[in-house]
Write a protein that binds this ligand. Structure first.
Ligand SMILES: Nc1ncnc2c1ncn2[C@@H]1O[C@H](COP(=O)(O)OP(=O)(O)OP(=O)(O)O)[C@@H](O)[C@H]1O
Length: 640
C-alpha cells in the first residue's frame, strides 16, 4: 500500500516517445565516442578482438556449409561405401567438421582472453584519465564551480559502471552481428529470396527491440536512483547511528518498497507500449521464416533445391536471427554512456589550468611577509563575494589568529593563501612576488595546512602522518622515516596514540581493515596535527591551523596551548578558531567581518579597544562562567 505522506514520485517522462528517441541518439553518439577512444588508445588489441569476433561469428556458417555438403554426399557414399570417391569426400568433410569444431573452441578461448585483457586495460586507462584530469587541476574549481562540479560528478560516474564493460559488450555484439551477416550471406548464396526477405526483417526487429529496451531501461529513472540511495542509507556505517536513534528503519523499508514499486510500474508501462510494435514484428518474422521453410521444402521436393542446400538454408535462417540479438547492448551502454562526460570533463578542466606560467620557486619563502592587496574573491554561482577589497599583511615568522562569525570568510582566506583558490582581482604577494608567479608545487611544500575537514585516511598511521611530506616516505632508510614520523607525532602530542596502536606505525587507522583501529575525533585531530608537523620538519614555513582544537577535550586543549609556541615557533602561523583560549595565544589577532579586516591587534589591545573582538570574547567567557559556575572570566576563557 502506498504511504499517504509520501510525495508523488515523478518519473522524468520515460513514456514520452521523443525522449526515447533523443535517448537513442544520445546512446548512439556515446557509443561512437567510446569506440573512438578505445580504438585510439588500443588499436592493435581492438583490431585483434574485432578479427576474432568476426572469425568466431563466421565459423557457424562454414559449419552449415559443411553439413550441407555431408547431406548431399551421404546417399551416394552409402551406396558406394566409404572406399568410393564420395565416401572419401565424406571422410574429408567429417575431418573438416572436426577441425572446425576445434577451431571454434580455440577462437572462443582466444577471444575471451583478448577481450578480458582489453577489458582490464581499457578500464584502467579510462579511470586513470579521469583521475589525471581531476588531480591535474591544481585548484578547487573542479568542486566549487557549479558547472565544473556537475561535470566532475558525471565523469566520476564512470568508476561505478566500469568502462571495461564496453569491451565485453563489443566482443559479444560483434560476434553476434558477424554470425548474422555471415548467415545472411550463406542464405543469399543458397536461396537469395530467403536472405532478401528475412535479413531486413530481423534487422528492423532488432532496432525496435533495442529502442524498447532503452525506453524500458530503468537506469536513469528517478525512482530507481532514489531507491538506490535508500538502499545505501540502510547499509552504510556512516548513517547507522542516526537511523537507529531516530527509529528510521521502518520508514526506510517502507519508502524503499514504495520507490521500488514505482520503478516496476514504470518499467511495465513502457514495456507494454513498446512491445506492441516489436511483438507484431516478431510475429511477422516468425511467419516469414515459416513461409520460407515451406517454400524451400517444396522446392526441394520438386527437385529445384538440393537436400544439402535445404539443410544449409535452415541453419542460416537460424543464424540470421542473430541480427535481432540484443546481446552485449547493455554492457556496451554501461561502458559507453559515461565516455562523452569524461571527454567533456577533460575539455572543461583544460580551461582551468592556470594561464600564468610559474617563473619562481617558493622554496624558503616567506622570509618577510605575505600580503593580500585589494583582494576580491567570490565563489562561482554565489551572488555575494566573500572579499571585496581585502588588505592584510601577515608578518613572516609570527602567529596570526583570524576571528569572525560563521561564514565571515576565514577558511576562504586560508584557501587563497595556500593557492587552492585564486583571487578574481587584487594580488597575494609572498615577499613581494605574486603568488600566481610562484611554482605551485614548491609553494604547497612551503605551506602546511590542517583544515576543519581534514582527511581520515583509512591507511596505516605511518602514511597518515607521513603524507605531510610524502616525498620522505619513499626514503629507503625506513628507520629514519619512522624516526621522523615519531618526532612529528611528539611535537603534536600524538606519541601516546601511536604507542597504543596494536601494530605501531603499521596499524591501519580504519576498522574496515582486519586488525585496524579507529580513533576518536580528538585523536584524529592530533594525528592531523602530526601530519602538519611532518610537513614543517620537511621545510614548510607557513602553518595554517583551521580550528585546531575543535575536537579536543579540555585537557587535550590545554596540552595543545602548552605546545602552541613550540608548534608555531619560527613559522608564519595562521590560526583560525572560535575558541578564544586558542586565539589569545597568537602574536596578532584580526577580526574579519563583511569581507574586510575590522579589528587588528593583540589580545590585550583588542580587549582594551572594546570593539567586536571584546564583545565576542565576553560572550564566550560569560557562557563558560554561567555554565560552570566559575567566576573568573579569565579562567573561563581558557587562560590555563
Ligand atoms: N565551496 C563553496 N562554494 C560556495 N560558497 C562557499 C563555499 N565555501 C564557502 N562558501 C561561502 O563563502 C562564505 C565564507 O565561507 P568560509 O567557509 O570561508 O567562512 P568561515 O568564516 O570559515 O566560516 P566557519 O566559521 O563557519 O568555518 C560563506 O558564505 C560560505 O557559505
Amino acid at each position: 500500500m502506498r504511504n499517504a505522506i509520501l510525495p508523488p514520485i515523478v518519473s522524468p517522462g520515460i513514456s514520452d516517445d521523443s525522449v526515447g528517441q533523443s535517448d537513442t541518439a544520445h546512446r548512439r553518439s556515446a557509443r561512437r565516442a567510446a569506440l573512438g577512444v578505445l580504438v585510439r588508445a588500443f588499436p592493435g588489441w581492438t583490431g585483434l578482438m574485432a578479427a576474432l569476433a568476426v572469425l568466431g561469428g563466421a565459423l557457424p556458417s562454414v559449419f552449415a556449409l559443411l553439413v550441407g555438403r555431408l547431406v548431399d554426399l551421404l546417399p551416394a557414399a552409402v551406396r558406394g561405401g566409404f572406399s568410393s570417391a564420395d565416401g572419401r569426400r565424406i571422410i574429408t568433410t567429417l575431418v573438416l567438421v572436426g577441425g572446425l569444431l576445434l577451431a571454434q573452441e580455440v577462437v572462443r578461448m582466444v577471444r575471451e582472453l583478448v577481450s578480458n585483457e582489453l577489458y582490464r586495460r581499457f578500464d584502467e586507462y579510462l579511470l586513470s584519465r579521469v583521475m589525471a584530469t581531476t588531480l591535474g587541476v591544481p585548484r578547487l574549481d573542479l568542486f566549487e564551480d557549479p558547472v565544473l562540479a556537475a561535470a566532475t560528478d558525471r565523469a566520476v560516474r564512470i568508476a561505478r559502471f566500469g568502462p571495461g564493460e564496453l569491451v565485453s559488450g563489443l566482443s559479444t555484439k560483434w560476434s553476434g552481428q558477424a554470425q548474422g551477416l555471415a548467415a545472411a550471406a550463406v542464405a543469399a548464396y543458397v536461396w537469395p529470396v530467403a536472405a532478401v526477405v528475412l535479413a531486413p526483417l530481423w534487422i528492423v526487429l532488432g532496432h525496435h527491440l533495442r529502442a524498447d529496451s532503452y525506453r524500458a531501461n530503468p537506469f536513469w529513472v528517478e525512482p530507481l536512483r532514489r531507491a538506490g540511495y535508500l538502499k545505501r542509507l540502510a547499509m552504510m556505517p556512516e548513517w547507522a547511528k542516526e537511523l537507529r536513534i531516530f527509529g528510521l528503519a521502518e520508514w526506510l523499508v517502507h519508502r524503499f518498497g514504495a520507490e521500488w514499486q514505482q520503478v516496476m510500474e514504470e518499467l511495465w508501462r513502457t514495456r507494454r507500449v513498446g512491445y506492441r510494435v516489436s511483438g507484431t514484428l516478431f510475429g511477422l518474422a516468425l511467419l516469414a521464416n515459416a513461409v520460407v521453410v515451406v517454400l524451400a521444402a517444396r522446392s526441394a521436393l520438386d527437385g529445384g533445391l538440393a537436400a544439402g542446400s535445404l539443410a544449409v538454408l535452415v541453419q542460416s535462417m537460424l543464424g540470421m536471427s542473430q541480427l535481432a540479438s540484443q546481446q552485449g547492448d547493455v554492457w556496451i551502454d554501461n561502458g559507453a554512456i559515461p565516455v562523452p562526460d569524461v571527454l567533456a570533463h577533460e575539455r572543461l578542466a583544460a580551461t582551468r589550468v592556470p594561464a600564468t606560467v610559474p617563473t619562481r620557486t617558493a622554496r624558503g619563502l616567506p622570509t618577510r611577509e605575505i600580503s593580500f592587496e585589494a583582494v576580491h574573491f567570490g565563489y562561482p554561482g554565489r551572488e555575494r563575494p566573500v572579499f571585496t577589497d581585502l588588505d592584510l599583511t601577515i608578518e613572516a615568522g609570527r602567529s596570526l589568529a583570524v576571528v569572525g562569525l560563521n561564514g565571515a570568510g576565514k577558511t576562504t582566506l586560508t584557501k587563497l593563501l595556500t593557492g587552492l583558490s585564486v583571487p578574481q582581482a587584487g594580488r597575494i604577494r609572498v615577499d613581494g612576488a605574486d603568488l600566481a608567479e610562484l611554482d605551485p608545487v614548491s609553494w604547497r611544500r612551503s605551506v602546511a595546512a590542517i583544515f576543519q575537514d581534514f582527511v581520515h585516511y583509512p591507511l596505516p598511521a605511518r602514511d597518515n602522518i607521513g603524507f605531510g611530506a610524502v616525498e620522505t616516505l619513499t626514503d629507503p632508510d625506513v628507520t629514519a622515516v619512522d624516526a621522523r614520523i615519531r618526532a612529528a607525532a611528539r611535537r603534536a602530542g600524538a606519541e601516546q596514540i601511536l604507542d597504543g596502536l596494536p601494530a605501531g606505525l603499521d596499524s591501519y587507522l580504519s576498522r574496515r581493515h582486519t586488525g585496524g583501529v579507529d580513533l576518536s575525533g580528538g585523536q584524529w585531530q592530533r594525528i592531523a596535527l602530526a601530519r602538519a608537523m611532518a610537513a614543517v620538519s620537511a621545510g614548510a614555513r607557513v602553518l595554517v591551523l583551521d580550528e585546531p582544537t575543535a575536537h579536543l577535550d579540555v585537557r587535550a586543549e590545554a596540552d595543545l596551548y602548552d605546545r602552541f609556541l613550540d608548534l608555531t615557533s619560527g613559522l608564519t602561523a595562521i590560526v583560525i578558531s572560535h575558541r578564544f583560549s586558542t586565539v589569545r595565544r597568537a602574536d596578532r589577532i584580526v577580526v574579519l567581518d563583511g569581507g574586510r579586516i575590522v579589528e587588528d591587534g593583540n589580545h590585550d589591545e583588542l580587549l582594551a579597544a572594546d570593539g567586536r573582538y571584546a564583545a565576542l570574547f565576553r560572550t564566550q567567557a560569560l557562557r563558560y562562567t554561567d555554565g560552570a559556575q566559575h567566576t573568573n572570566e579569565k579562567t573561563a576563557a581558557g587562560d590555563a
